[in-house]
Design a protein. Structure first.
Length: 186
């Protein structure tokens, strides 16, 4: 049985970290941000001391090339290098780096105008939340890293819904509800 997302007083945790620089005009604008390769990525991607990365070339015809470097070389030479990313299953380096939403993040205090419910604190890297009055199980999710400014959020007692950040102050949900950021001006 489907319920409205904000059917009880709740506190939600929203943060999806955006790294790099906006590709379309600066902070607060709608668009995409290319995530830089981090030292943590290098360590997590290591296999027998080697890391397969797609290295940004700056060339229009071949924007990335596959290279395998030792973990230290990845950390010292490629971490924070804009455009480099772990190759993973992209061994031809054609996908490009993951992209997050340049509007900002899902972080903040939110309100469901239809019900007056308040939502909101942050944690790094994922979306998670709990109902303030404890009547429903915690919910959780993850931003879709394709620059679409969307996240898939699972409410265990209901369903998985898509949250779309339409501007810095508004989330539209796939169940036709809307959350508005408190004290935010678009």
């Amino acid at each position: 049985m489907s319920r409205q997302l904000a059917s009880a007083s709740l506190t939600a945790l929203f943060l999806v970290a955006a790294c790099g620089s906006p590709s379309d005009g600066g902070p607060g604008s709608i668009g995409q941000v290319e995530s830089a390769l981090t030292a943590e990525d290098c360590l997590a991607g290591a296999d027998n001391g080697k890391v397969a990365i797609c290295h940004a070339t700056g060339s229009a015809s071949t924007p990335w090339v596959l290279t395998r470097v030792n973990t230290n070389g990845c950390v010292s030479g490629h971490a924070r290098h804009a455009g480099d990313y772990l190759a993973g299953d992209d061994v031809k380096c054609v996908k490009g780096p993951p992209k997050s939403c340049a509007i900002g993040t899902f972080a903040g205090t939110w309100n469901d105008p239809a019900t007056g419910e308040t939502i909101g604190e942050t944690t790094e890297g994922a979306i998670s939340g709990f109902w303030n009055n404890g009547t429903r199980p915690d919910f959780f999710g993850q931003e879709v890293m394709d620059g679409s400014c969307t996240a898939n959020v699972t409410f265990p007692d209901d369903a998985t819904f898509v949250a779309t950040l339409v501007n810095a102050c508004t989330i539209n949900w796939s169940n036709n509800t809307t959350w508005v950021k408190v004290n935010c001006t678009p």
